[in-house]
Design a protein around this ligand. Structure first.
Ligand code: NAD
Length: 277
């Protein structure tokens, strides 16, 4: 089973299907990420805010996979916006991950109330020029945030990682991304499990001998999204990878389009400050 690589606007590639570790308890992260690597994932999505970067780093070491065989994303914590704050936060993340370089660093949330993401972006560019990071991107940015970035920097984010699933399809943002060479990366791609009882997805799955989770992940891949489902169970990790032997028809994709509710499940980027504790 080969996970396809998707090319980014800076010419680096990213495995289109990765493994997310949001809400994975720090003390279990090493074991869970080791399982994920063992079943075949080669792209791990963590964040300083998840407090499990060290477990991700330990699992990569224990796997004996070469550094260039595992793609690692982490994200700038929300209390660290600002130029020097970002440089310092990056070093803390790299200490936790214990890696020589990072594949992808994301600004986790735009925090429009603080209004300092441009300073962080400058620091991202500095770190990239110094070779510490291959690719730089953003998360939870709205069109207006992306426009502000474009007006103030020549560096286009390689991805915008956003909440996206059949109930919240983000068509306007995705069109903006497409027009500007930004990859759409879907977080909570299964709406944290809420889409899995959806009769339409169950029915489509029955045509292919696939589960609703597999149909949903396939839908993301067919749309060209990068997708990072999470599971703490090895059999589900494998299930979520077993999506490369079927594709959805245009009619099936059109029927899934009608599941849009206009309702996000996660935080709203216009308001979310994300300062936990
Ligand atoms: P998800 O949509 O991936 O759902 C995960 C949940 O779905 C699991 O906990 C489990 O309950 C269920 N599940 C998964 N596979 C299943 C299967 N095969 N069968 C039955 N149930 C299954 O939710 P998520 O963890 O919120 O999102 C995935 C990743 O996205 C995160 O781990 C994180 O890396 C990233 N994320 C990023 C942000 C951000 O702000 N950038 C926010 C949330 C999540």
């Amino acid at each position: 089973m080969e996970i396809p690589l998707t090319i980014l606007n800076d010419s680096y590639t990213i495995p289109q299907l990765g493994f997310g570790v949001y809400q994975v308890p720090p003390e279990q992260t090493q074991r869970i990420v080791e399982d994920a690597l063992e079943v075949g994932y080669r792209h791990i999505d963590t964040a300083a805010g998840y407090r499990n970067e060290d477990g991700v780093g330990r699992a990569i070491k224990a796997s004996h996979l070469g550094r260039d065989q595992v793609y690692v994303t982490t994200k700038l914590y929300n209390d660290s916006h600002g130029y020097q704050e970002t440089l310092d936060a990056f070093e803390r993340s790299m200490d936790q991950l214990d890696l020589e370089f990072l594949d992808l660093y994301l600004i986790h949330w735009p925090r429009p109330i603080a209004d300092r993401f441009l300073e962080s972006w400058q620091a991202f560019e500095t770190l990239r020029s110094a070779g510490r990071i291959h690719s730089i991107g953003v998360s939870n940015f709205r069109v207006k945030d992306l426009e502000k970035l474009a007006a103030n920097s020549t560096a286009t984010p390689v991805v915008n990682q956003i909440e996206l699933h059949p109930y919240f399809q983000q068509n306007e943002l995705s069109e903006y991304h497409h027009a500007h060479g930004i990859r759409t990366e879907a977080w909570s791609p299964l709406d944290q499990g809420r889409v899995l009882n959806e009769p339409l997805l169950v029915e489509i799955g029955s045509r292919y001998g696939k589960t609703p989770a597999q149909v949903t992940i396939r839908w993301h891949l067919d749309k060209g999204n990068v997708v990072i489902p999470k599971s703490e169970h090895k059999h589900r990790m494998s299930e979520n990878l077993n999506v490369f032997d079927f594709t959805l028809t245009a009619e099936e994709i059109a029927s899934i389009k009608k599941l849009e509710t206009g309702q996000r499940s996660g935080f709203d980027p216009s308001e979310f400050e994300g300062l936990w504790d």
